[in-house]
Every structure is written in structure tokens, then in C-alpha cells.
Design a protein around this ligand. Structure first.
Ligand code: CUA
Length: 320
């Protein structure tokens, strides 16, 4: 299990946004009221069972006269109806609070595309990255969600709403992280064999750090310095890796989006949608037999020789 899942299995009510605050408030209110009702009903049942238990067969529960029971019925139905009405009001209020419309003509701050089984992340300046999302803390971002294949579902509980990503259409959510930090989430709609390994890792930076990060991420890939990595770069093209993966500056453009963009792969903490910490060993294992590492993944096995695997892994591992 990756370290971030162990160390930061986060509190279910963690909130880093006004939207998550609103959800948590509503959830807690529902929980408190329904918890009270469950305790009350269970208590009454237990009390009745005890009071009229068989040992004291002589005691009869008796019958409540029809006029009284009608009053009780009206009272219970009335209370239940009132409760539903009150929660309807709170729910609608929450929906309005989190679903504020964007400014007219507002362009999304981010586009996220769900793929089996990874996330493509596009910034308005053209920078593309995968799986690990970086955002500026403090701002409420308008995010477009799309899918490249089947229905996925974006959910980072601390940052706001969850939302389906549906092929052929765009959905939008607000996303906010009040504070700097790392926030986790996962795909929330079953999307095939590796649904469980579509983890989300969002890093919220200070605005200056975010600008710096985006500047770095937008740069072309570095040129390999040692012979092994240079050989890896050649192989990347020879073995048609570039048909699915883009490496800006090394591949023809950055239009190949069947697999994740690898321009700055080595700067990511995890690979394979959060399944493995990013390391030379994990890259080697993945390239040599993808199906053994992440069964069902769309990465083919190219039956590479050990030398080829070494070279390719060395090349990828220096793409900082
Ligand atoms: Cu993507 Cu579940």
C-alpha cells in the first residue's frame, strides 16, 4: 500500500474548502437527528420488550383507544413531515451554496480527463500532466471534468463536490483548498478492472510556488545526459511508446494522450494511478510486464530485452 494511503488516510470530515464545510455541516445535522431517532426508537423497543416480557404474563399492554392513536399518528406523521421539510430546506440551501454559477464566459481554470486508469490534467496555458494535480491554495477554481472512455467520478472530499466524468460531455465543479497541503481522493465510479488504482493526489501550493511549479511543468523535457538514458530515448521512439505517450520536446508535439504525459514523469511521487511509489525499480517492473503489475491496464507488453528495459527505465527516471 502506498505510503500516502497509510500515513494520510484522512479523517472523513476533513475539510479544506467552504463547499466541504457545507457538506459536513449537512451530514452532521442529518447524522445527529437520525441518530437521536434511532436511539429513541431502539430504547422504546427495548423498554417495551422488558416491561411486557413473558414472565409477567399477567401484565397486559392493553389497547390504546382509537381516538388517542389517531392523535399519536397525526403527531408522528406531522413530526416526520416537518423533519423532511426542514432537511429539504437545508439541502437546497447547501446545493445553492456549492453550485454557484461561474461568471458569464468564465473559462475553466483546469480540465481533468478521466482515463482507464489514470487522470489527465490540462492547464489553460497548455501544460499537460497526469495523476498528480497541483493547484494554488486559496482560490476557488472552476474545473471542467471529462472522460476519454467510460464513466469515472472525481472526488477529493476535502476540496468540494464529487462529480461524474461522462464520455461526450463536460461537467463542472468548484475546487478549493484554503491551505497549502496534500489532499487525497479516488475515482468514485466503478470503471473497470483497475478502478481501485485511480487515486488522486492534489498538492495545494502558495500562489508563488504554484506559478513556479507551473513554469517548471510547462518546460520541455530535459535531454538525457548519460549513454543509457540516451539509448532509452531512442528506444522510446523505436518501440512506438510515442504513439500513446507524449514527452514535450522529445515527441512530435504533445497530442498523444492514450497514455499519461511523461514529460516530467520523474517529478511525480507515484506512478500507475497511485499504485506504486515512483522509482527506477517500479518503472522497470512496469515496462517489463505491465499486466503483472496492473492487470487489465491498456499498456501492452513489448517483450523488451533486459537491456532495453534498463535503458528505457533510465530514460524515464531522469525526466524530472
Ligand atoms: Cu475511474 Cu473508477
Amino acid at each position: 500500500m502506498p505510503e500516502f494511503m497509510l500515513v494520510q488516510i484522512q479523517h472523513i470530515f476533513q475539510s479544506a474548502s467552504s463547499d466541504a464545510d457545507a457538506f459536513n455541516w449537512l451530514f452532521n445535522a442529518f447524522l445527529a437527528v437520525s441518530g437521536f431517532i434511532i436511539l429513541l426508537v431502539s430504547g422504546l423497543i427495548a423498554w417495551t420488550v422488558y416491561k411486557f416480557r413473558a414472565k409477567q404474563a399477567a401484565v397486559s399492554a392493553g389497547q390504546i383507544p382509537a381516538s388517542t392513536s389517531r392523535k399519536v399518528e397525526i403527531l408522528t406523521f406531522g413530526l416526520a413531515g416537518l423533519l423532511v421539510a426542514v432537511f429539504l430546506v437545508f439541502t437546497v440551501r447547501t446545493i445553492y451554496r456549492v453550485q454557484t454559477p461561474p461568471r458569464p464566459g468564465q473559462q475553466p481554470d483546469l480540465t481533468i480527463v478521466g482515463h482507464q486508469w489514470w487522470w489527465e490534467i490540462r492547464y489553460p496555458d497548455g501544460t499537460v500532466t497526469a495523476n498528480e494535480l497541483h493547484i494554488p491554495a486559496g482560490r476557488r477554481l472552476w474545473v471542467r471534468l471529462e472522460s476519454a472512455d467510460v464513466i469515472h467520478d472525481w472526488y477529493v472530499p476535502a476540496l468540494g463536490r464529487k462529480m461524474d466524468m461522462i464520455p461526450g460531455m463536460s461537467n463542472y465543479v468548484w475546487m478549493q483548498a484554503r491551505e497549502k497541503g496534500v489532499y487525497e481522493g479516488a475515482c468514485n465510479e466503478y470503471c473497470g478492472a483497475q478502478h481501485a488504482w485511480m487515486r488522486i493526489r492534489v498538492t495545494a501550493h502558495s500562489p508563488e510556488d504554484f506559478r513556479r511549479w507551473l513554469g517548471e511543468e510547462g518546460k520541455s523535457a530535459r535531454e538525457p545526459k548519460n549513454e543509457l538514458a540516451k539509448k532509452g530515448k531512442e528506444l522510446f521512439h523505436k518501440k512506438v511508446c510515442a504513439g500513446c505517450h507524449s514527452i514535450r520536446g522529445h515527441t512530435a508535439g504533445d497530442s498523444a494522450r492514450i497514455g499519461p504525459d511523461l514529460t516530467h514523469l520523474a517529478s511525480r511521487k507515484y506512478i500507475l494511478g497511485g499504485k506504486e511509489p515512483n522509482s527506477l525499480g517500479a518503472l522497470r517492473a512496469w515496462i517489463s510486464n505491465p499486466q503483472a503489475v496492473k492487470p487489465g491496464a491498456h499498456m501492452p507488453n513489448f517483450n523488451l530485452s533486459p537491456e532495453e528495459i534498463e535503458a528505457l527505465a533510465a530514460y524515464l527516471n531522469q525526466l524530472k
